[in-house]
Design a protein around this ligand. Structure first.
Ligand code: UDX
Length: 495
């Protein structure tokens, strides 16, 4: 009977094995989801690649310590199959994607079987009862099928980003892509209205994704994105790091296509509100940063006036040309405002992150350059008043949760649609042209950070969205309830 099944289900704990694509933009939200599931009593196995696992261990106490895990929360690792040469290649992300697909299924499956039999917890490790994947590792849907357990996909973009990616196939079939020749990049074609994506009546072709900007009929990136998004239909449920009020129209439309959509974001707000309180974890305990954070920037921020600093960072994957770097540098210098700039190793194509001659001398009294920072903390610092971002979805949600308006410079994937919504739908940002020009950079910084009406309005809107985001993640909010439903569904899977 159902009550007997219910009683049995209560005795067996749900055990989620989570496996993100091995980059910061996927690891960060997946880890937050893992923490939230664990705080609700779900047993967690979090799987990194061996390469990242070792990299984190080498980082010592900060991240290495976090890898020790705790009761009901274990970190494990599987090989990514890449050689050192492939890892150093300019297209290493593509190589990594292919290598995981080719070689990672069996190790994941074996790992899932092994962790349950090891019994190294006080009360034993229950069998894996579900697999949670981030986007780009859809090959592991087959692992869940082999194990006979349900799979859930945490797609790491906005709902809009996901809806657009789903439609890349139709864009190709209807002849919008690939572009006919180079001139289509600049002749206004990318402004073609696309009014047939449900819930998104005002988008234009160029907003949809960087992957529509291709002349190549066999574009690898385009195929991968559309295949990965469409493969989500094979999962039991789709988990999105967004909240209902932010993207209600597109979410309503997606729910027609996907019977189980869990909108549990913004994960950064959910974590702040709940896990910290429930487990007494400090913010840092939940992080697995692949780069060492420079905490000296926090002391520098402490010395700056409230709302005065522009934070500049393009996430973990963006690569820019030396010319673009120089235009950005001089635009920031010309803005005459204080800025904290993350110049990540590998940010500039060709290797060296050389800043233009004279730039450091000219800006040294109002600039701090870090290789990597604790971004969530930085965005919440009272000195930070604006964020110049590549519009990755994590950065965007972190900025929303901190109430910080943005200047967007999207570069690839979903970043175009995110920036479109940031500027036009949510009213919390400006957007730079694709080709960076120092005059525009300086003018946008002035508009965002200065005392003008538009800046005021963006700050007001940002404060409003911060409050709405927090309410969604708080007890009784839509994201809180959605997480409840997800946990319920995971428990059903063990009966
Ligand atoms: C990728 C894709 O590029 C992006 O389009 C997609 O939406 C998510 O996956 P990435 O480019 O790295 O991610 O950007 P983003 O989503 O913004 O994630 C970057 C993460 O790194 C954020 O969580 C941010 O807090 C963190 N970060 C960045 C730091 O902790 N320190 C830094 O100095 C910079």
């Amino acid at each position: 009977s159902s009550s007997l099944l219910g009683a049995m289900g209560e005795r067996r704990r749900a055990h989620a094995m989570l496996f993100p694509f091995p980059c910061s933009g996927h690891i960060n939200p997946t880890l937050k989801l893992a923490e939230l599931l664990h705080s609700r009593g779900v047993h967690v196995t979090f799987v990194n690649t061996e390469h990242n696992h070792e990299r984190l261990l080498r980082r010592g106490a900060a991240s290495g310590g976090a890898l020790r895990g705790r009761e009901g929360f274990r970190f494990e690792a599987v090989p990514d199959g890449l050689s050192e040469e492939e890892r150093a290649a300019p297209d290493s992300t593509v190589k990594l994607y292919l290598s995981l697909r080719r070689s990672c299924g069996k190790p994941l499956e074996e790992l899932a079987r092994r962790v349950a039999s090891r019994g190294d917890d006080d009360d034993g490790v229950p069998p894996v009862t579900c697999v949670v994947l981030s986007g780009l590792v859809s090959f592991a849907l087959a692992v869940a099928e082999e194990l006979g357990v349900p799979a859930f996909v945490l797609w790491g973009t906005s709902a809009c980003g996901f809806a657009c990616t789903l439609r890349l196939r139709q864009l190709r079939q209807r002849g919008y892509t690939p572009l006919k020749d180079e001139s289509y990049l600049t002749n206004g074609y990318l402004d073609t209205p696309i009014d047939w994506i449900a819930g998104m009546p005002t988008v234009r072709l160029g907003d949809i994704s960087s992957f529509v900007r291709t002349l190549d009929p066999t574009s690898f990136a385009l195929r991968v994105e559309e295949d990965e998004a469409n493969s989500c239909t094979r999962a039991q449920g789709l988990i999105l790091n967004t909240f209902d009020d932010l993207e209600s129209d597109v979410l309503d439309a997606l729910k027609d296509e996907f019977p189980r959509v869990y909108t549990i974001g913004p994960l950064v707000a959910a974590m702040h509100g709940r896990v910290n309180r429930a487990n007494g974890l400090g913010g840092a305990a939940a992080g697995l940063s692949l780069w060492e954070e420079d905490f000296a920037c926090m002391a520098w921020l402490d010395a700056q006036p409230a709302g005065s600093v522009l934070y500049v960072s393009f996430g973990s994957l963006t690569v820019m040309s030396p010319d673009a770097l120089a235009e950005l540098a001089w635009g920031l210098a010309d803005s005459r405002r204080p800025f904290l700039w993350v110049v990540r190793p590998g940010l500039v194509a060709g290797g060296a992150n050389a800043l233009p001659d004279g730039f450091v001398a000219e800006t040294k009294d109002r600039c701090f350059i870090a290789e990597w920072c604790a971004q969530e903390q930085v965005l919440r610092h009272r000195a930070v008043g604006g964020f110049l971002t590549h519009s990755g979805w994590n950065s965007t949600t972190e900025s929303i949760c901190a109430g910080v308006p943005m200047i967007c410079w999207p570069g690839f994937a979903d970043q175009y649609i995110n920036s479109r919504y940031v500027r036009d739908e949510w009213g919390i940002g400006l957007r730079l042209d694709e080709e960076l020009r120092r005059e525009q950079v300086a003018a946008h910084v002035e508009e965002l950070m200065g005392g003008g009406d538009r800046g005021e309005e963006m700050r007001r809107n940002a404060a409003k969205w911060k409050a709405v985001a927090e309410a969604a993640a708080a007890k009784g909010g839509s994201s809180y309830d959605s997480l409840d439903k997800l946990v319920e569904q995971l428990r059903l899977g063990c009966q």
